[in-house]
Design a protein around this ligand. Structure first.
Ligand SMILES: Nc1ncnc2c1ncn2[C@@H]1O[C@H](COP(=O)(O)OP(=O)(O)OP(=O)(O)O)[C@@H](O)[C@H]1O
Length: 298
């Protein structure tokens, strides 16, 4: 059965710190949702509340309409940011134990451990204790721990941090594969190129509030266009007087401008030509990184 994870108006304070302020969004069946935001924006707090290990002051998290209780929690595959493995326990034994904790039979757990350790490239380490593994391999074990009980939802807190490029590819393939079976997948990350490439939709959180949600294309369409102008003789500030035009940078005759919707780029070209020759004039849509900067500094 496919599920929708709904975060409905959750707020959370730690003393005076407002960690989450009426946050709402949903992750749909088969969707990979990228959850991005600055350090301290509220991502981990949201995910911990979604899993039910932390309670919200107000608001609710539901899985297909059902509030997250102990039963629902067992169907969620969670990868915590602080990681949560027993360092002295053997990888295979630990994964089988965690699968059984989620209600999987012993033989099914054994099969799942074999399947996922093979898939994640750690099959030859099942007899080792976790603390004997490199950090990247511990992370693969942590992902295996989130997968061995065949979860209905995946909630992953910075699963890509510290992974080598091959491990990033393996992790990406696994998330796509799970989403293709109808599982909603949410992960947080600071690697925005990866998020842009992998996610169906993205949510940008800042100071505990969701500032933008949508497909990468929707978000990029909504952001200001970027104009790159190479006019070697143009003085600093040549575009400052133009209405709706913001200078982002100016270096060695190359100026990067942000254009509001109503701005006619030909007027900008005209202005640039008045300063001398224009060797390059190119308009592009913002990347997710550009949008992120715009949203979090707004
Ligand atoms: N246990 C806690 N006690 C007090 N304040 C906390 C606690 N946990 C989180 N906070 C505060 O809540 C806010 C949100 O933190 P959170 O860890 O959710 O952010 P984050 O987006 O996951 O950050 P990062 O990208 O750095 O992991 C921050 O201001 C943080 O300092």
């Amino acid at each position: 059965m496919s599920h929708t994870l709904t975060i409905d108006g959750i707020s959370k304070r730690y003393g005076d710190v407002v960690a989450l302020d009426d946050l709402s969004f949903e992750v749909r069946p088969g969707e990979i949702f990228g959850f991005v935001g600055s350090n301290g924006a509220g991502k981990t707090t949201t995910m911990r509340i979604a899993l039910g290990v932390l309670s919200a002051d107000s608001g609710e998290v539901r899985l297909s309409g059902k509030p997250v209780d102990l039963d629902v929690r067992r169907t969620i595959g969670y990868m915590p940011e602080e990681r949560g493995l027993y360092p002295k326990m053997k990888v295979g034994k630990q994964l089988a134990y965690l699968a059984e904790l989620h209600g999987i039979s012993r033989s099914a757990a054994r099969n799942a451990v074999a399947r996922w350790t093979e898939r994640l490239g750690i099959a030859d380490r099942v007899g080792d204790t976790v603390d004997a593994l490199s950090l990247g391999n511990q992370q693969r074990v942590q992902l295996a721990a989130a997968l061995v009980h065949d979860p209905a939802v995946l909630v992953l807190d910075e699963p890509f941090s510290g992974l080598d490029p091959v491990a990033v590819d393996v992790m990406s393939d696994v998330l796509v594969e799970k989403a293709n079976t109808g599982v909603p997948v949410i992960f947080s990350s600071h690697q925005l190129e990866l998020v842009q490439r992998l996610c169906h939709r993205v949510g940008i959180i800042s100071h505990g509030r969701m500032r933008a949600v949508g497909t990468v294309d929707e978000l990029r369409g909504g952001g200001n266009a970027r104009l790159e102008v190479h006019a070697p003789e143009a003085p600093v500030g040549w575009a400052h007087h133009l209405d709706g035009v913001t200078t982002i940078s100016h270096l060695d005759g190359r100026t990067l401008l942000s254009l509001d919707d109503h701005v006619d780029d030909q007027l900008v070209l005209h202005t640039a030509l008045k300063t001398g020759p224009v060797h390059e004039f190119s308009l592009h849509r913002p990347t997710l990184t550009d949008l992120f900067r715009e949203v979090v500094t707004a």
